[in-house]
Design a protein around this ligand. Structure first.
Ligand SMILES: [Cu+2]
Length: 85
């Protein structure tokens, strides 16, 4: 998660909106922005991170192949997909 100073109306973003990992791998999300965010599933498949304050990190493991959408609960434009292959 990062600040996006180039976009005043949507001032935060995930640094990657599409992430590919192998089955059994994990995604590490670090909040490098100035705001509070979440790493939340759009349609299930992993546990909601809950609030992530600046400088916090969560690690999410994926054990089943598929595509898993994610979104920030606070900022509807912060979305992406984890592809587990
Ligand atoms: Cu957010």
């Amino acid at each position: 998660m990062q600040d996006d100073a180039t976009n005043p109306t949507e001032p935060y973003k995930f640094s990657s909106s599409s992430v590919s990992i192998a089955c059994g791998g994990k995604v590490v999300i670090t909040n490098n922005s100035s705001g509070t965010h979440t790493f939340s599933p759009t349609h299930g498949g992993f546990k909601d991170s809950g609030n992530m304050n600046p400088s916090s990190t969560v690690s999410v493991s994926f054990f089943f192949k598929g595509s898993y959408g994610f979104i920030c609960s606070y900022h509807s434009w912060m979305t992406g997909t984890v592809h587990v292959t």
